[in-house]
Design a binder for this molecule. Structure first.
Ligand code: TZP
Ligand code: MG
Length: 211
């Protein structure tokens, strides 16, 4: 089963989730309306990714919310995750697709129109576009694209898109107006005192923007 909803896309970061941890953050965010969850830990080795990923998978069981693993294909397979997400400097999307097979969701980061045009829809299921705004969460990020850039990139992407980078609940309207299906956030949920309420705010704004 390869259905997914990009509306409220939580990207977990171990540092920003430090207070209550990634598993509890994910559980609360899903209770608040997060529709998809990504484990992104750039410091962890595969064994550590597998350990956290299995705990996340257990926490998400029965919710219908897919777990996506950033970058580490072997961990994604071992966890039994629903998806894998790769960036432009990670394993090539085609290689990742070969390794995980047809059944897994595959997401790809694109930062420019040129990269979005080159996406093969038989390989990638969705693209993550950003950063929309500069963000301290990813210090090495590419040039921010803004809402206009986002719209231009979405327009040429052959698969559904989710926007990322400096986004908060109040940006749901312009993000959907640009053609993206949803909003991906780290700090707007992970760093918040009440991740459930934070996710709910984003879900409510998405719903309002669609109405
Ligand atoms: N890719 C582009 S920006 C970003 C990633 C992983 C970080 C987004 O974090 P935040 O806190 O939602 O700005
Ligand atoms: Mg990556």
């Amino acid at each position: 089963m390869k259905t997914f909803d990009l509306s409220v896309y939580l990207v977990l970061d171990p540092d920003l989730c430090r207070a209550i941890g990634m598993v509890e953050t994910a559980r609360l965010a899903v209770a608040g309306g997060a529709t998809i969850v990504q484990l992104r830990d750039k410091q962890a080795d595969t064994a550590a990714m597998i350990e956290t990923g299995r705990a996340l998978k257990a926490a998400l069981a029965g919710t219908g919310v897919p777990l996506i693993v950033n970058d580490d294909v072997e961990a994604a397979i071992a966890i039994g995750a629903e998806g894998i997400h790769v960036g432009q400097s990670d394993m090539a999307a085609a290689t990742a697709r070969e390794r995980v097979g047809r059944g897994m969701i595959l997401g790809l980061s694109v930062e420019t129109e040129e990269l979005a045009r080159r996406v093969d829809p038989s390989i990638a299921d969705y693209v993550g576009i950003g950063p929309v705004f500069a963000t301290a969460t990813k210090p090495d990020h590419e040039q921010p694209v803004g809402f206009e850039g986002l719209a231009r990139i979405v327009a040429v992407a052959p698969v559904p898109a989710v926007a990322i980078g400096g986004l908060k609940a109040e940006h749901a309207g312009p993000v959907l107006a640009a053609g993206a299906r949803g909003i991906a956030v780290v700090s707007a949920i992970c760093g918040q005192p009440d991740p459930e309420a934070a996710a709910r705010r984003i879900a409510d704004e998405i719903e309002k923007a669609r109405a």
